[in-house]
Design a protein around this ligand. Sequence first.
Ligand SMILES: Nc1ncnc2c1ncn2[C@@H]1O[C@H](COP(=O)(O)OP(=O)(O)OP(=O)(O)O)[C@@H](O)[C@H]1O
Length: 320
Amino acid sequence: FEPISTLLGGIILGTGAYYKNSIKDLTYCQFAECCNDKYVLDITDTLFDSIKQELFGQHIANDILSKAIIAHTAKVNANISKKPLVISLHGTPGTGKNFVSEILIRSMYKKGKDSAFVHKFLGRSDFPIESNVNEYKIEINRIVREKVKMCPKSLFIFDEVDKMPAGIFESIASLLDHHSMLNGLDFSKAIFIFLSNTGGVEISETLTQLTKNGKWRDDTKLYDFEKILEIGSYNLDGGLKKTSLIESHLVDHFVPFLPLERKHIRLCLEKEYFKWGQFPKESDVSEIIDKFITFDKQTGMYATSGCKTLGAKVAVYVRS
Ligand SMILES: Nc1ncnc2c1ncn2[C@@H]1O[C@H](COP(=O)(O)OP(=O)(O)OP(=O)(O)O)[C@@H](O)[C@H]1O
């Protein structure tokens, strides 16, 4: 072992690697997506101001998502992140879970949904056969490792978690844990988002109870719902059932998406009309809501499919 020549060799190799990377950034990364600041963007407060304008009736989701993601970004930038951010979004259909995820994708990656650093899994189509759970586990683990190797600031979205076989996430539990540095791969910069309808009914029931007791919808808090969602996810059928992700407290936040009321449906309708450069007639708004929106039987207040089908309905109305 000869210290001087080892040191010199190290400097030469290091300098070579630095220039190689700089040249790569100047040439290759001008045209193709690289895992650098040009393609992977920082989330800022302004994003959540704009989400607030676009996402109706979800004051809790807006608040917790903005705080959690901005805090995670700050930790990643300061190199003190100890684990990936893991968030589970819950709510009945059409309440905005995918909508928010899409805004995040667009804001975090210059190439949006075409980014190689975003991976979306769909419960029903990607993991249709319950008995294949062991193969699915291996596949998820492989993809997560591969993506994080390509770019530590990767985003993984698991949609329709309630349609996934129980136990499917066991193979990535250790990757989501604290100090998640394994085999030279750093998982602590990644974000994992789970979406499901699990707990949707319980969210509606809890909201009904809270408002009956005199609380305004907009005054409800994350803690009014979070425990119910954690327990529901652990006990009800789906990908998070009896999972060590919950036992080991690896899910950082269980976020409720509240059921939408008539006033929110109206805002969604207006938004759909604006996309066509139009403002809806009052008679059309009432007709679309009365004909096509079903409200829950218990309270008659909450739209059972949220804003989900409105885009298609409005497209028909503006053309006729
Ligand atoms: N809270 C909301 N504010 C504004 N628009 C909304 C909201 N919820 C839904 N929408 C509109 O309805 C469309 C469908 O909603 P989205 O796909 O986000 O529902 P989801 O909660 O993911 O439902 P599912 O559980 O069935 O997947 C969105 O693209 C968006 O245009």
